[in-house]
Design a binder for this molecule. Structure first.
Ligand SMILES: [Zn+2]
Length: 391
């Protein structure tokens, strides 16, 4: 943990069941013309979606709809920007899962430029950095996972042999408003609740353990992890349980703040490389790698004894999840590792082997993988070991 740090701005937050009702008044503060980015059909065909569109039209807003059916690619963003650059939208509103929010975030950032977004992606683009001028952006999540509603980056990918998964990033790209209505996540199916919920879990844990964590992100991460501990499996088993949906919605939002300000670890290093080569959802990649990444990291921390703060933090979270006092640090660490294993089994998280990753891909994946801010850097042979367990 570092004693010297900065915290980026966070979105204006509206949180709670039924909060979608304030959307029209928020939009009104920006203007009349709205670019509404949604998933292909799930939200718009829901009772909330139908009622929302009717309400906005009845109030005289001029709505342009753009739907996104996959994790966003640069060409998807470019197509939207080309189509609507001259429409002079006052605000971009994205309602959906992480892919939809990232698409909306990137579109709001590129509309004023009307240039190919690839030119501005980290590690890919060749233009000078984006200046951060954008159309105001409102993020409304319908899943609880990526935390995109609080982050300053939009992740775009081009999958395939020379694929990549990279970010368009600027402090100004933090959404202006996050409207989080946990009732909108009630229709989220168990498999997506599990994978996205484990992604939020990973994001909170990795930013808590990050070499650039700070006192503020630590406090938020512990709060978020407490809610994951209490409510992820309930939300998975009974999607209509609004209390657990509220906990997971807040955990996801907090994970966005902590990852934007403290960074992430090796699970997300892999998510970037594997997500570039394969069309596998971000939540599935992260949740399938979480058990082995943490086991190998803890083993190396115990051997090296060079970062006892990280082991202390692992123990702190293990104690939080166990709900049991008076045990040793090692007990709590092992408890947490076993719990992560058990949850991935209980919630039927797919193994990477079942979604197309095999031993022939390991070296290529490892060459493209960054340790990010993992509490201890893993060597290439240790990363291979993680992949061997996760397939
Ligand atoms: Zn993630």
């Amino acid at each position: 943990m570092t004693g010297s740090f900065s915290i980026a701005r966070i979105p204006q937050l509206h949180f709670g069941p039924g909060k979608i009702s304030v959307l029209s008044s928020i939009i009104k503060s920006y203007g009349q013309k709205v670019l509404l980015v949604t998933g292909a059909n799930s939200f718009l065909s829901s009772k909330y979606g139908v009622a929302l569109i009717e309400e906005l039209e009845a109030k005289g807003f001029d709505i342009i709809q753009y739907s996104v059916s996959m994790e966003p690619t640069p060409s998807l963003v470019d197509e939207a920007v080309r189509s609507y650059a001259f429409s002079l939208c006052d605000v971009v509103v994205a309602i959906g899962g992480g892919s939809v929010l990232d698409a909306g975030k990137a579109i709001s950032a590129m509309l004023p430029l009307n240039e190919p977004v690839k030119d501005y992606l980290e590690g890919v683009g060749t233009k000078p950095a984006h200046l951060g001028i954008k159309i105001p952006f409102i993020a409304i999540p319908t899943t609880s996972g990526t935390g995109s509603e609080a982050t300053k980056n939009a992740v775009l990918s081009e999958s395939g042999e020379n694929g990549y998964k990279k970010s368009l990033r600027h402090n100004n790209f933090v959404p202006d408003v996050a409207l989080i209505d946990p009732a909108l996540t009630i229709g989220c199916p168990p498999s997506i609740t599990a994978a996205s919920g484990m992604d939020a879990f990973t994001q909170l844990l990795e930013s808590y353990l990050s070499t650039t964590a700070n006192a503020i992100t630590d406090a938020l991460a512990v709060e978020g992890l407490g809610r994951v501990s209490k409510s992820l499996r309930t939300a998975y088993r009974d999607g209509s349980d609004i209390e657990s949906r509220m906990d997971m919605s807040l955990a996801s939002y907090l994970s966005g703040i902590t990852l934007a300000n403290a960074g992430l670890g090796l699970v997300h290093g892999f998510a970037s490389s594997i997500g570039g080569f394969f069309k596998i959802s971000h939540g599935v990649i992260c949740s399938s790698l979480m058990p082995a990444c943490n086991r190998v990291t803890v083993r190396k921390l115990r051997q090296a004894r060079s970062n006892d703060v990280a082991l202390f933090k692992y123990a702190t979270i293990g104690e939080l999840f166990s709900g049991d006092g008076n045990k040793s640090a090692d007990y709590y660490i092992d408890f947490l590792l076993q719990l992560i294993d058990d949850w991935t089994v209980e919630m039927y998280i797919p193994r990477l082997g079942s979604v197309g990753v095999s031993a022939e891909h390991f070296h290529k994946i490892v060459r493209a993988t960054d340790n990010k801010n993992n509490p201890i850097a893993l060597e290439k042979d240790e990363m291979i070991e993680v992949l061997e367990v996760a397939v």
